[in-house]
Write a protein that binds this ligand. Structure first.
Ligand SMILES: [Zn+2]
Length: 167
């Protein structure tokens, strides 16, 4: 098994490695480093974390450069402060944080207020069966399909452009 401390140290190490990077370079290096770390620890974690890891790795396997990384919602200064200060309370939350950073690097938000909780932005996701894009709130359960969607995917740049979200 890996320890919470090892995950914390991984964040600190990555912080040093990425200190001088910004923009697209920061995001692509972040994705590559986290995914390679997740791949190397996936055999040493609990079953729930293992499932989450294999899910994100299979998404990234589709080719992360197909996702709209240059438009993505990851805030780089927030991400840098996470890498510098974040202390996971347990392994599961540490892994969840790693996955969140990757997920935020490959998904976009649009300027639309959530009708339920008035959050300022909503995320554009892909329904895995219909392959249609839809809007989803990060802060509450609202989504534009009005149903529970499990295993939502990040839409590719091509899918986002097909549905008019990016040009
Ligand atoms: Zn909401």
């Amino acid at each position: 098994m890996i320890t919470t401390k090892q995950i914390e140290l991984f964040f600190r190490k990555l912080n040093k490695e990425l200190l001088e990077f910004d923009g697209l370079q920061f995001k692509t290096r972040l994705i590559e480093s986290i995914c390679s770390e997740l791949d190397s620890i996936k055999g040493k974690v609990d079953e729930q974390s293992y499932k989450r890891i294999t899910n994100i790795l299979s998404v990234i396997d589709r080719g992360y450069r197909n996702f709209p990384i240059d438009h993505s919602r990851l805030n780089i200064s927030t991400a840098k402060s996470v890498l510098q200060n974040y202390k996971p309370t347990n392994i599961y939350s540490g892994i969840a944080k790693m996955i969140d950073l990757v997920w935020e690097s490959i998904t976009i938000t649009i300027d639309k207020e959530c009708p339920e909780c008035q959050e300022e932005f909503v995320v554009v996701l892909l329904e895995p069966e219909s392959r249609k894009t839809y809007l989803s709130c990060d802060q509450c359960p609202w989504n534009s399909e009005r149903k529970i969607i499990t295993h939502a995917l990040p839409p590719t740049t091509e899918e986002l452009s097909r549905d008019g979200f990016i040009k």
